[in-house]
Design a protein around this ligand. Structure first.
Ligand SMILES: Cc1cc2nc3c(=O)[nH]c(=O)nc-3n(C[C@H](O)[C@H](O)[C@H](O)COP(=O)(O)O)c2cc1C
Length: 404
């Protein structure tokens, strides 16, 4: 995906650097265009270093007479070469100019020449955001087909609290990928994904948990939404922002996760259970914080509900995909899980390898399928792996249906 990132002159301009990074992590090639005001807040060098591309800062400064003679007018070339224009932060000023077709710098001129998807992420002081002029401009831009990613509420740089904060850069990047994804091949699916660890309380401040970051499950839900599916994500506690376009259900422990999954099961056509659910919960949980003493403390643990097995018993004609995080005997464990839990596919990965698996952005998995097929995917970013798992899931369902 080829993206132009337009950076306006707002306090949140520094977050555009993180956005450039997040877009590149999702496989995008990013061309940054900065307004003169944006350069008061952050240096072009930062974006050049992050993207590996020259940053465009002026309508005339980037044009040589030779270029123009060779019919390579830069704002037209950039408009034609890129699929998405995302402006973040979109200042009140830029949106007013876009609304009225002013073209007095590179970004506003590019906007007029651009025929791809336009995504605007406004950020400003609450009064500016709520001003009738801004409201009017936003409405007109939206009606014209520009996608507006509304600002969030929170404490603003000006010291006030209210609407106007730029959303988390990761969330903007997710939105860009979702809105611009060329394939909508999953638009008749409802994909229920579980992700993250669970936390089993010991007392009100302590819990038993595991190292799962939730990244694989979030990538799956995001990829499903980007390809047009209704994506429902049941997530244990993670530090990740809600993926764009995904229905979120946040839970804490295994029993809450079980209830959320069973509650949504009837809606789903595909269930992907990538959460690292605790196997045990604490029976003798204390309602008060346990005080430290010199005496030995024993926790009594009881098995948590086996969600995968319960879904397997009740799945009907839904496709069920389980995950097996192992430290040895990957294939055997994958096959065992598939048979005992009535899965259609098990995504097996070794979690004791440096740089992949838990907490990492990368993964290397083997897909064990009910047809007997085994596919080892090469190591890749989790969002790539997510798309490949979805591709194999669709293929597998066709194979299962055509056999039945
Ligand atoms: C310290 C400071 C912070 C600003 N923050 C914002 C902001 O967050 N959002 C906004 O729309 N304008 C903000 N402005 C005003 C814009 O910088 C101003 O409207 C400028 O003309 C925008 O230029 P541009 O739209 O070409 O980037 C700020 C101005 C200053 C001096």
């Amino acid at each position: 995906m080829k993206v132009v990132l337009g950076v306006g002159g707002g306090i949140a301009a520094y977050k555009a650097a993180e956005l450039a990074r997040a877009l590149m992590d999702q496989g995008a090639r990013v061309q940054v265009v900065m307004t003169a005001s944006a350069r008061q807040f952050i240096q072009p060098l930062t974006f050049a270093a992050l993207t590996g591309n020259k940053v465009i800062t002026g309508l005339f400064s980037s044009q040589s007479p030779e270029d123009v003679l060779a019919s390579s007018v830069e704002h037209i070339r950039v408009a034609q070469e890129n699929e998405v224009l995302v402006v973040a932060p979109a200042t009140a000023d830029l949106m007013a100019k876009f609304t009225h077709g002013l073209a007095d710098d590179f970004l506003t001129t590019l906007y007029l020449a651009f025929q791809g998807k336009v995504i605007l992420a406004p950020a400003m002081n609450t009064a500016m955001w709520e001003h009738p002029a801004t409201r009017d401009n936003v409405e007109r831009l939206a009606a014209r087909g520009n996608f507006i990613l509304p600002p969030e509420e929170g404490l603003l740089a000006c010291g006030t609290t209210g609407a106007g904060r730029l959303p988390d850069p990761q969330r903007i990047a997710d939105a860009v990928v979702t809105l611009a994804h060329p394939r909508k091949d999953l638009d008749s699916e409802t994909i229920l994904v579980t992700a993250g660890p669970t936390q089993e309380a010991i007392d009100p401040v302590r819990f038993i948990s595991n190292k799962s970051s939730g990244k694989m499950g979030y990538s799956l839900a995001h990829a499903a939404a980007a390809r047009g599916a209704r994506a429902i994500l049941v997530s244990g506690p993670t530090n990740l922002p809600d993926p764009y376009g995904v229905e979120m259900i946040r839970v804490r422990d295994a029993r809450e996760m079980r209830d959320a999954v069973m509650g949504k099961l009837k809606d789903a056509t595909i269930i992907i259970k990538s959460a690292a659910v605790a196997d045990y919960f604490v029976l003798n949980q204390s309602t008060q914080k346990i005080k430290k003493t010199s005496a030995r403390l024993s926790l009594e643990l009881d098995p948590t509900p086996d969600i995968l097995a319960e879904v397997g018993r009740n799945k009907g004609d839904r496709l069920l995909i389980g995950f097996a995080a192992e430290t040895q005997n990957l294939l055997e464990e994958g096959r065992r899980k598939m048979n005992t839990k009535n899965c259609d596919m098990v995504v097996a990965n070794l979690v004791n390898q440096e740089g992949i698996g838990f907490e990492s952005d990368r993964n290397k998995v083997t897909l064990v399928m009910s047809t007997g097929e085994v596919v080892s995917l090469p190591e890749a970013a989790k969002h790539d792996i997510a798309h490949q798992i979805l591709d194999h899931a669709m293929r597998l369902r066709l194979a299962i249906f055509s056999k039945a």
